[in-house]
Design a protein around this ligand. Sequence first.
Ligand code: UTP
Length: 288
Amino acid sequence: MIKKCLFPVAGYGTRFLPATKAMPKEILPILDKPLVQYAVEEAHEAGLSDLGFVTGRGKRALEDHFDVSYELEHQIQGSGKEKQLEGIRKLIDECTFSYTRQIEMKGLGHAILTGRTLVGDEPFGVVLADDLCFGEGVGVLAQMAKLYNQFRCSIVAIEEVPKDETNKYGVIAGEALTDNIFRVTDMVEKPDPKDAPSNMAIIGRYILTPDIFDIIENTEPGKNGEVQITDALLQQAKEGCVIAYKFSGKRFDCGSVKGFVEATNFCYEEFYLKNEPSATVVPIKKTK
Ligand code: UTP
C-alpha cells in the first residue's frame, strides 16, 4: 500500500500574476475550495495520508490551510457555517502534513528530489495541484495506486492532447498493453509538434518508485535549464519499466487562466447547481 504523497508547490505561478504576487497559486479557489485541497482530497481518497509539501518562499498560507484556525472555528461554532469546514477538518484529522523548502526553482525533477527526506525509501504519489482532476467513479490517483499494485513500477498519468499543444507537456511513446495502459519506450519534454513521438501527454499525477531519487541526482538540467522529471523517468524506463496510464476522467490545467475558468464552469454545473459539495470524483458517464 502506498502511503506517501508529495505535492510540489514551490513554483511562482507567474501566469496568474498579479493574483499570485503575495498568494500561492495553489490557494486560488475553484468555487469555494482551494486547488491544493482538491489535490489533498484526491490523495486521501487513494489511501495516501502521509503528505509532504515541497514549498518555497511566500507559501505560508498553504501550511495554515492545513491547520486548525481556533479563532475562526470558535466564532462560527454552532452556526450553519461549521459545515463548510467539515471537509478540511476531516483531512487535518486523518492525514499528517510535512513541509520542506525548495530554495531555488530548478524544475519539477529537482522539486521531487528536494522531497526525498519526506518520502524516504518507499513508493510514493506525486500530485501537481494545478492539474485539477475529476476521476470517473474513482479518483485518478486511486486508479493509479491500483495499477501500481499490479505493475510495481513508476506510473505516469497521460491524456491525449491536440498535436499543436505537445510543446506544453512531457510526451511519451509506448507499447500498448491494453487500450489505456502503455509501457513507455520514449519520453520527450515539451517537444515541438513536429518532433513529438505521439500526442499522449503526461499530466500532473505520478506514482514513483524510490530509485527515481538517485536517477534524478544524476540527471543533468534539460529543457529550459531545469531538472526534468521526464528525463529521469526515461532513464528509469530504459533501465526497467515505466507505465503510462490513460486515466478515466477529466483534467483541467488550472495553471492557465483558460483551464482555471473551464474548471470553475465545470464545478459550477457538476456540483454547485446540483447543491452538492465539489469533489475530485464524478459519476461514471454512461455510454450508449
Ligand atoms: P509549472 O511550471 O506549471 O508551475 O510547474 P509554475 O512555475 O508555478 O507556473 P508558471 O508557469 O510560472 O505560471 C508545475 C508544478 O511544479 C511545481 C509548481 O509549483 C507546479 O505545481 N514546481 C515547478 C516546483 O515545485 N518547483 C519547480 O522548480 C518547478
